[in-house]
Design a protein around this ligand. Structure first.
Ligand SMILES: [Zn+2]
Length: 484
C-alpha cells in the first residue's frame, strides 16, 4: 500500500478585514513535505498519526504540503491555488496511490472558491481515480458540502470543542480508509442539514451526551463513523450551518436514515445547546462577587481563532471606567505596541496606545501610562501538546490591570502564555481571555469559575442578525422553525 498524506487548514471569516495571504500561512506553519520531520504542532498532528500507523504496517508513506494560517479573512486566490496545486502535484508524483489522507478544515474560503475543501477533494479524486480511498479530517466548525461528500471516500470531523480529539479522529480516518482500500468495507456517506447556525460547547450537557452517543453508534450495525459539523457562523457561504454526517458500510439508506434521525435530535435540542452569554458588565459583576481566585471570563467575540482581530478594547475600556483592579488579560494583538515596549525595555514607564486598531469591531484604542514588566523574543503556549507561537510578546501593567500584548495574532489557549512572562494568575481576581472555548482546556483547571461574555465585536453571538448574503435557506435562530 502506498499512502499520500498532506494538510491545508485555516478557518475563513468572510467578514474579517484581515486578508489571508501566503504570508499568513508562512506565519502559521508551512512545510513542503517535511512536517513530520519537524516538531509536532496543531496543524501537523494528524500527519504524525498517519505516518506512525502506516509505517507500523509497512506501508509506504509519501508526504506532501502541510500548512496552517491563523484564521482571518478570505484567502487570496494566488495563495490558495499555490498551496492547493502543491498538494495536487504531490499526489500526481506519488501515483499510483491506494490511500490519500488530508488534514483539512472544512470552512476555508478563497477568492473565487466558496468550498475550498470540495475543490481539493474533487481534484484529488480526478487524479487518483475511483478506486483509491480519499479521506479528509475536518474541523468541528466545518461546512459540509455536496462536493466534499460525493468526492471523498470518508470524512471525519473532530467531535470535541475544545478540539482535544484531533489524533483520535485521525486514527479513525486512517482505519476507515485502510479498510476501504483493502476492500474490507464500502463506505457511503450521508449528510443532514439541521438548518441551524450557532456555536455550541461539547463540554456541557446535553451536547456532551450527544457526542458520547455518536461514539457509541460507531463500529456496529454497519455504521462506520458519525460526525456533527457545527459549521462556522462567520463564513458567508451557502453551505454554512450545522449538519450531521454518517459513514455507513455499503448501505446508503441506512446512512441517510441515521443522519436524519441524529440531525432531528440535534435540532430538537437547539434551545438547550445554544450557549448563554453574559454582557461585559454582568460578567464583571459576577466575577467580582465570586468568592475565589481567579474567575476566568472568556471575551468570546474577539477570538483570533475565529478570524477576529484580537485587539478589541471593550472589556479593557469598561474595567478602566469602573476602576477594576487585580486583573490579567490577553492577548492583545498589537505588534506596534510590543515594539515600543521592547525598545523601552523592562521597568520603563511610557504612554502606550493599546488595541482598537483593526476596525470598528475592535472598538477604540485605549491610551494608558504603562509599566513594562517583562519582554520576550518568543513566547509559546500549548494547544493540546503542540506549541503555539505568540511571537515577541510583552507584559505591561496599568492601573491594576496586567496586559499581555503579542506580535502574532493568536487566541488564548493555555495559562502559560501569561505565566511564562511572569504573571502569577493565582492572585488575580479576574483573568479575561480572548477565546471562545479553546481556552477552557487549559484554564478550567486553574479557574475558581469560568464565565462567558459577549462584548460587541467581530464574532457576534446574535446569529439572527449576521448580514449573510449567500445563506438564503431559512435557519434557526433567524426563523423559529425552518422546517415548518
Ligand atoms: Zn474549530
Amino acid at each position: 500500500m502506498r499512502v499520500f498524506i498532506a494538510g491545508l487548514d485555516t478557518e475563513t471569516n468572510t467578514f474579517s478585514p484581515i486578508p489571508t495571504s501566503i504570508k499568513g500561512f508562512e506565519d502559521g506553519f508551512l512545510a513542503h513535505g517535511d512536517a513530520t520531520k519537524r516538531p509536532e504542532n496543531y496543524c501537523s498532528a494528524q500527519l504524525f498519526v498517519w505516518c506512525r500507523l502506516a509505517e507500523a504496517k509497512g506501508y509506504e508513506v509519501v508526504e506532501g504540503l502541510c500548512s496552517y494560517a491563523e484564521p482571518a479573512g478570505v484567502i487570496t486566490r494566488a495563495a490558495y491555488e499555490t498551496l492547493r496545486d502543491e498538494i495536487l502535484d504531490g499526489v500526481r508524483a506519488a501515483m499510483p496511490v491506494d490511500v490519500v489522507l488530508l488534514a483539512l478544515h472544512g470552512a476555508m474560503v478563497a477568492d473565487g472558491y466558496d468550498d475550498c475543501e470540495g475543490d481539493i477533494l474533487t481534484r484529488v479524486r480526478q487524479i487518483v481515480g475511483p478506486k483509491a480511498a480519499v479521506g479528509g479530517e475536518l474541523d468541528l466548525h466545518c461546512h459540509i458540502t455536496e462536493a466534499m461528500v460525493t468526492q471523498a471516500t470518508a470524512l471525519v470531523a473532530y467531535k470535541e470543542y475544545p478540539h482535544v480529539d484531533i489524533p483520535e479522529r485521525a486514527a479513525e480516518l486512517f482505519a476507515l480508509c485502510e479498510d476501504a482500500a483493502k476492500g474490507r468495507t464500502k463506505p457511503v456517506m450521508a449528510a443532514f442539514d439541521c438548518r441551524m447556525i450557532g456555536t455550541f460547547r461539547t463540554t456541557e450537557q446535553p451536547l456532551r451526551g450527544f457526542v458520547d452517543k455518536m461514539k457509541a453508534l460507531e463500529g456496529k450495525d454497519g455504521i462506520l463513523s458519525v460526525s456533527l459539523g457545527h459549521g462556522f457562523p462567520y463564513g458567508d457561504v451557502k453551505d454554512e450551518g450545522v449538519k450531521t454526517l454518517v459513514v455507513a458500510d455499503g448501505d446508503r439508506t441506512k446512512a441517510d436514515k441515521l443522519a436524519r434521525e441524529l440531525g432531528q435530535e440535534v435540532f430538537a435540542m437547539r434551545e438547550k445547546i445554544a450557549p448563554r452569554f453574559l454582557t461585559v458588565d454582568e460578567s464583571l459583576d459576577e466575577g467580582l462577587a465570586h468568592n475565589g481566585n481567579p474567575v476566568v471570563i472568556a471575551d468570546v467575540t474577539d477570538n483570533a481563532g475565529g478570524g477576529a482581530p484580537g485587539d478589541s478594547t471593550f472589556f479593557l475600556r469598561r474595567m478602566l471606567d469602573r476602576g477594576i483592579t487585580d486583573v490579567a488579560t490577553g492577548y492583545y494583538w498589537d505588534p506596534i505596541a510590543v515594539r515600543f515596549c521592547m525598545d523601552a525595555g523592562v521597568g520603563a514607564n511610557l504612554d502606550l496606545r493599546v488595541g482598537g486598531k483593526c476596525g470598528p469591531a475592535s472598538g477604540d484604542p485605549v491610551d494608558l501610562r504603562v509599566t513594562v514588566r517583562a519582554v520576550a523574543d518568543q513566547v509559546t503556549q500549548r494547544f493540546g501538546e503542540a506549541p503555539d507561537p505568540m511571537g515577541p510578546s510583552v507584559w505591561v501593567s496599568a492601573r491594576g490591570i496586567d496586559l499581555v500584548l503579542t506580535t502574532l495574532r493568536t487566541q488564548v489557549f493555555h495559562p502559560e502564555g501569561m505565566t511564562k512572562l511572569g504573571i502569577d494568575l493565582s492572585n488575580r481576581k479576574l483573568v479575561i481571555v480572548k477565546s471562545t472555548q479553546h481556552f477552557h482546556a487549559g484554564y478550567a483547571p486553574i479557574a475558581a469559575r469560568v464565565l462567558y461574555a459577549a462584548a460587541p465585536g467581530a464574532l457576534t453571538k446574535d446569529f439572527a442578525a449576521i448580514p449573510y448574503r449567500n445563506i438564503t435557506r431559512p435557519y434557526w435562530p433567524k426563523v423559529a422553525n425552518p422546517f415548518a
